[in-house]
Design a protein around this ligand. Structure first.
Ligand SMILES: Cc1ncc(C[n+]2csc(CCOP(=O)(O)OP(=O)(O)O)c2C)c(N)n1
Length: 638
C-alpha cells in the first residue's frame, strides 16, 4: 500500500477549492508532489503513468482557474485523469486505483461529481462536452464545458465530427488539445504532421514553399505570381496562423503554449474563461514528464504493470508467449508466404503485436490512427483489390466499427480477417475495455466466420484459415499467455465449422469456447472423480456452429456451455437456437457473462466470481446433472 502521508501540500487538498487558494509558488510545489505521488501509486498498482505525468501542470492550472464540478471537465479516454482524481477528493483512495473494488483508472460518473462523463475509449470528449454546453444553454446555465483531448485521440473520427458540429453551433466550449506528439506509439496522420509543423515553427515556411510551388507550375503567369507572392510575404505571415485548420472549423485557436509552465497556462486560461464561443487551446506537453525512464520510453510507460520505481518497468511475467506475440509472429510468417497479406492497426501497433510486422513489411502495414471505423472500411477497400487484409483491432474497440463490419465487409463478402485481441475479460481496465460482446455482435452477421482459439496452435491455424477463405472472418483471443508450451510452426487449414472433442464422456457434455477449454477439462477431471463422465468439446467455431457436435452432445442429455462473452446472444444462445432448429430437447445450462457490466479486477478473480473457473464449471455441471437418471437420457421431441 502506498504511503499516503508523504505529501504535505497535496494532503491539504480536499477538493478543487483548495487549489484556487494556493500561490503560484505553492502550485509549483504541488505539481512536484503530485508527480512523486503518481510514480509511487502507479508503481504499486500499474496504470497509465506517462500520460498523467504529462498533464500535471495542465490539470492543476485547470482546477486553479475553472470551478469543477459546476464547470464540467471531460477528459478524453480519461486514462490521464489521475491528477484530476487527486485534486477532486480521491486522494485517500488513489492507492486502490484499478484494483478490484477500488477507484477506476478512468473518469466514472458513479465515482465522483467531478467526473461528468465516463470514458475509456478515445475521441468522445468533444461530443460529450458539446452536449453539456447545449444542455446548459437550454437550462439557462452559465457554467463552462471543457474537453481535454490528446493529439492521438484527436485522430478519432468522432473528434472530427464533434469539432465540425461545435464550430457551427458557436456554443461556449473549450477544447484543450494536449499535444505530446504521441498516441500510444508516435502519432500518425496528416493532422499530426500539421500539428508538428506548428510546433517546429516551420508551418509558415512550409505554406510559403507549397504556395510558390503551386503558383510556379501555373503556365505563363505562374512565375510572375510567385514573385508577387514573395513580395507579399509579410502580409501572408499575418493571416497564416498555426491553428488555421481549427479557425476554419469555427474555433478561436490559441497556442501553442508550454503545458508545463504555470506562468503561461494560468493567465491564458483566465483569459479564455471570459471568452465566448468555441475555443481551442493548443498545449504542448511531454509524455512522462519528470520521470526520466518514462520520458525516454513513452511507449512502455503509456500503460505499465506494477514496477520497481528505481529500475523501472522490466519484462517478466509468464515464460509462455502471450497470444498477442503468437499472433504477431504468425502474421509475419504468413506475409512471408503470401505477398497479398497486409495488416492494419488503429493506433495499436504494440498492443496488437503488429509492430514487428510494420518493421518487416513497412509498405504492407497501415497504422490509421485511432480510427476503427475507417480501419474496417479501409481493409474492405484493400480486399476489393485482391489483398488479404488482417485488421488487428481489440475486441472492445471493434465495437466502434460494427456498421462497417456489416455494411462494408460482410454484405459484400469481402475476405477481411478481424484479429480481435483482448477478447473476454481484460482485468484492471474494467468495463470500458472488457471484450465480452464480440461473439454476440458478430454471430448475428450473415456470412461472417467467427473463431476462438484455445491455444497458440489454433490461433495460427485460424489466422491462416481466415486468410485463405473467400469470406470475412474474425478470431478472438484473450489478454494473457497461452496455457501450456506448444510447438508453434507451420500452418494447417481448419475445416470451417468443425469443433474438436477434447475428452470423451457419456453423462453430459461441456461445450467451451476458446481458452475456457482448460478449466472445462479441469472440471471434467473433478467430475470424473465423483463418478460423472463429462465430455468436453472445444467449439472452435462459434459461427458456423458445429451442429453435428451439438446434436451429439444433446444425446448425453445434459449440455453445459461455457464462454467468456455476454450470455445474451452469445455461444450458448447459438447452441439453444441449434437445438430449437432441430427440434431437439436437452437440459442446457449456459455459463458466461450475465446481463450487467463487469467491474475491474484481476482476470482470475473476475472469472472465479462469475463461475468461469474450473470450480465454477464443476459446480454448474453438478447442479445440471443432479436429477440425472442412472444412465444418460435423451429428450427427443416427437
Ligand atoms: C477507440 C479507442 N481506440 C484505441 C484506444 C487505445 N488507446 C488508449 S489511449 C490511446 C492513445 C491516446 O493518445 P492521446 O490522446 O494523444 O493521449 P496521450 O496518452 O498521448 O496523453 C489509445 C490508442 C482507445 N482507448 N479507444
Amino acid at each position: 500500500m502506498t504511503d499516503i502521508s508523504r505529501y504535505p501540500l497535496l494532503d491539504t487538498i480536499g477538493g478543487p477549492a483548495d487549489v484556487k487558494t494556493l500561490s503560484r509558488k505553492q502550485l509549483v510545489a504541488l505539481c512536484a508532489e503530485i508527480r512523486d505521488c503518481l510514480i509511487d501509486v502507479v508503481s504499486t498498482t500499474g496504470g497509465h503513468l506517462g500520460p498523467n505525468l504529462g498533464v500535471v501542470e495542465l490539470t492543476v492550472a485547470l482546477h486553479h482557474v475553472f470551478n469543477s464540478p459546476v464547470d464540467r471537465m471531460v477528459w478524453d479516454v480519461s486514462h490521464q485523469a489521475y491528477v484530476h482524481k487527486l485534486l477532486t477528493g480521491r486522494r485517500d483512495r488513489i492507492h486502490t486505483l484499478r484494483q478490484h473494488g477500488g477507484i477506476s483508472g478512468f473518469q466514472k460518473r458513479s465515482e465522483s461529481e467531478h467526473d461528468p462523463f465516463g470514458a475509456g475509449h478515445a475521441g468522445t470528449s468533444i461530443s460529450a462536452a458539446l452536449g453539456m454546453a447545449a444542455g446548459r444553454d437550454l437550462n439557462g446555465g452559465k457554467n463552462h464545458a471543457v474537453a481535454i483531448i490528446g493529439d492521438g485521440s484527436m485522430t478519432a473520427g468522432m473528434a472530427f465530427e464533434a469539432l465540425n458540429h461545435a464550430g457551427g453551433t458557436k456554443k461556449n466550449l473549450l477544447v484543450v488539445l494536449n499535444d505530446n506528439e504521441m498516441s500510444i506509439s508516435p502519432n500518425v496522420g496528416a493532422l499530426s504532421a500539421y500539428l508538428s509543423r506548428t510546433l517546429s515553427g516551420d508551418l509558415y515556411s512550409w505554406v510559403r514553399e507549397e504556395t510558390e510551388q503551386i503558383l510556379s507550375h501555373i503556365p505563363r503567369v505562374g512565375q510572375r505570381m510567385a514573385r508577387m507572392a514573395r513580395k507579399a510575404e509579410e502580409a501572408v505571415k499575418g493571416f497564416i496562423t498555426p491553428g488555421v485548420v481549427f479557425e476554419e472549423l469555427g474555433f478561436r485557436y490559441l497556442g501553442p503554449i508550454d503545458g508545463h509552465n504555470l506562468d503561461h497556462l494560468i493567465p491564458v486560461l483566465q483569459n479564455i474563461h471570459k471568452l465566448k464561443g468555441p475555443t481551442l487551446l493548443h498545449v504542448v506537453t511531454k509524455k512522462g514528464k519528470g520521470y526520466a525512464l518514462a520520458e525516454d520510453n513513452p511507449v512502455s510507460y503509456h500503460g505499465t504493470p506494477r514496477f520497481d520505481k528505481t529500475v523501472g518497468v522490466q519484462g517478466g511475467g509468464s515464460t509462455l508467449p502471450a497470444f498477442t506475440k503468437v499472433f504477431g509472429d504468425a502474421l509475419i510468417e504468413l506475409a512471408e508466404r503470401d505477398p497479398d497479406v497486409v495488416a492494419i492497426t488503429a493506433a495499436m501497433p504494440t498492443g496488437t503485436g503488429t509492430a514487428a510486422f510494420g518493421e518487416r513489411f513497412p509498405e504492407r502495414f497501415f497504422d490509421v490512427g485511432i480510427a476503427e471505423q475507417h480501419a474496417v472500411t479501409f481493409a474492405a477497400g484493400l480486399a476489393t483489390e485482391g489483398k488479404r487484409p488482417v485488421a488487428a483491432i481489440y475486441s472492445t474497440f471493434l465495437q466502434r466499427g460494427y456498421d462497417q463490419v456489416i455494411h462494408d465487409v460482410a454484405l459484400q463478402k469481402l475476405p477481411v480477417v478481424f484479429a480481435m485481441d483482448r477478447g473476454g475479460l481484460v482485468g484492471d481496465d474494467g468495463p470500458t475495455h472488457h471484450g465480452t460482446f464480440d461473439l454476440s455482435f458478430l454471430r448475428s452477421v450473415p456470412g461472417l466466420v467467427v473463431m476462438a482459439p484455445r491455444n497458440g496452435r489454433d490461433l495460427r491455424d485460424m489466422l491462416y484459415t481466415g486468410t485463405r477463405l473467400d469470406l470475412p472472418s474474425a478470431l478472438r483471443y484473450p489478454r494473457g499467455s497461452i496455457a501450456e508450451p506448444e510447438e508453434l510452426a507451420g500452418f494447417s487449414l481448419l475445416p470451417v465449422g468443425k469443433s474438436e472433442t477434447l475428452r470423451k464422456g457419456a453423462d453430459m457434455t461441456i461445450l467451451s469456447v476458446g481458452t475456457l477449454a482448460y478449466p472445462a477439462l479441469d472440471a471434467a477431471e473433478r467430475l470424473a472423480a465423483e463418478g460423472i463422465s463429462a465430455r468436453v468439446v472445444d467449439a472452435r467455431f462459434v459461427k458456423p456452429l458445429d451442429e453435428e457436435a451439438v446434436l451429439e452432445a444433446a444425446e448425453t442429455g445434459y449440455l453445459l456451455t461455457v464462454e467468456e462473452n455476454a450470455l445474451a446472444g452469445g455461444f450458448g444462445s447459438a447452441v439453444l437456437e441449434c437445438l430449437e432448429r432441430h427440434n431437439v430437447t436437452a437440459r442446457v445450462k449456459r455459463l458466461g457473462i450475465p446481463d450487467r457490466f463487469i467491474e475491474q479486477g484481476p482476470q482470475p478473480v473476475l472469472r472465479a466470481d462469475l463461475g468461469l473457473d474450473a470450480e465454477g464449471i464443476a459446480d454448474a455441471a453438478r447442479l445440471l446433472v443432479a436429477d440425472r437418471p442412472a444412465a444418460g437420457r435423451v429428450f427427443r421431441a416427437t
